[in-house]
Design a protein around this ligand. Structure first.
Ligand code: SAH
Ligand code: SF4
Length: 388
């Protein structure tokens, strides 16, 4: 038995090669790609401008299959969260965050994560596996066309695009699943697929220095770096990867990246942890780090910590976050604090769902989330709004 090729796994060049193997001209690949990524088609028979003979060939050899949806929740504020099945008992989350003039999709790149940051529940699950291209781009494919179906918006370029921005800030470290991540990024940018500009796609990394350099050459989208600490000893304890790539190397990598980046700044994410990294002294140290003798043009995005019981960590109080932000702003650094949204559904940075054996397990997890919310108040499980 031949295995079917999932066309969601193929980037533009691979699709051309694939059509070549079927004896088809390159423009057929473009047509096919538009059917898949602009019309959300999964049925070859719907692709009316392709010859019947080609459609019949495709039906026997290929499939267009995104990960199956396990659950789908919409918050009162329009935030929508899907839990999708990526096989072998693993599930990842995809979150859509609507705003006035844009819609941002937060996607996952791995089931679990090997980096094991102290404040992140994804890290606490350990690493399960890398997602495939089809599973990464499939989140965008699924979300865009699900949203259109819900709102009665026609597929294709004429229908209003729902997802205008993508952030790789879900589960996993994208730069440790490099090739599939870059292939998915290329599809996001391709004019015959999603046609997003590089400025509207942001990759967030915990700081895999050599891969930041590779990304600058292969697909330089906007870059967010999870900093979380103002000095090496503190960062070593929060982001273990810092022991391998300490701050001076990370800052150098950021500077190099900026030569190729679509924006003229790096976004530093900083998770606000009560009594750990949130003093004025830490803020001053950050200013010195990014404005010292070798400055890094940057913005700061302060993320109020989303607590989970096993972490033993506490979210900084709002006045502390404000004071911290003020120190940065007084130094002329643009600083935003992520607002929390979607508090009636259980999704949050670093709290994303982990291993699921079956639907019962998912229900159990959902129940557990609800219990946490009861215990930790309505703030628990809020998902955050990405503002730049
Ligand atoms: N692995 C990548 C991208 C996914 S995490 C990275 O670390 O950058 C996306 C963001 O959520 C990161 O900045 C991460 O540090 C942050 N985050 C993780 N756990 C969190 C938590 N419990 N509360 C708030 N932010 C968290
Ligand atoms: Fe992995 Fe990012 Fe979580 Fe760290 S914060 S454990 S890198 S997903």
């Amino acid at each position: 038995m031949t295995t079917l090729t999932n066309l969601l796994d193929l980037d533009p060049a691979q699709l051309v090669a694939y059509c070549g193997e079927l004896g088809e001209k390159p423009f057929r690949a473009k047509q096919l790609q538009r059917w898949i990524h602009q019309f959300g088609a999964s049925d070859f028979d719907a692709m009316t401008d392709l010859a019947k003979s080609l459609r019949d060939k495709l039906k026997t050899r290929a499939v267009i299959a995104a990960p199956a949806i396990i659950s789908d929740h919409t918050s009162a504020d329009g935030t929508r969260k899907w839990l999708v099945d990526v096989g072998q008992g693993n599930a990842v989350e995809t979150v859509y965050i609507p705003e006035e003039n844009r819609g941002t999709l937060c996607i996952s790149t791995q089931a679990g994560c090997a980096v094991n940051c102290r404040f992140c529940s994804t890290g606490k699950q350990g690493f399960n596996r890398n997602l495939t291209v089809g599973e990464i781009i499939g989140q965008l494919w699924m979300a865009e066309f699900e949203l259109r179906r819900t709102k009665g918006i026609e597929p294709g370029p004429k229908g209003e695009r729902q997802i205008t921005n993508v952030v790789m800030m879900g589960m996993g470290e994208p730069l440790l699943n490099y090739e599939p991540t870059v292939t998915a990024l290329k599809l996001m940018l391709d004019d015959n697929a999603y046609g997003l500009s590089r400025r509207r796609v942001t990759l967030s990394t915990s700081g895999v220095v050599p891969m930041i350099d590779r990304l600058s050459q292969d697909c330089a989208v906007a870059l967010a770096v999870s900093l979380h600490a103002s000095n090496d000893p503190l960062r070593d304890g929060l982001v273990p990867l810092n022991k391998k790539y300490p701050l001076v190397e990370l800052m150098d990598a950021c500077r190099r990246y900026l030569e190729f980046a679509p924006r003229d700044f790096i976004t530093f994410e900083y998770c606000m942890l009560d009594g750990v990294n949130d003093s004025d002294q830490h803020a001053r140290e950050l200013v010195a780090l990014v404005q010292g003798s070798n400055p890094v043009p940057c913005k700061f995005n302060l993320i109020p910590f989303n607590p989970f019981p096993e972490s033993g960590l506490i979210r900084s109080q709002n006045p502390r976050i404000k004071a911290f932000a003020q120190v940065l702003m007084n130094a002329g650094i643009v600083t935003t604090v992520r607002k929390t949204r979607g508090d009636d559904i259980d999704a949050a940075c670093g709290q994303l769902a982990g291993e699921v054996k079956d639907r019962t397990r998912v229900q159990e997890r959902m129940k557990k989330m609800a219990d946490y919310q009861e215990k930790f108040g309505s703030n628990f499980g809020r998902i955050v709004e990405i503002s730049s």
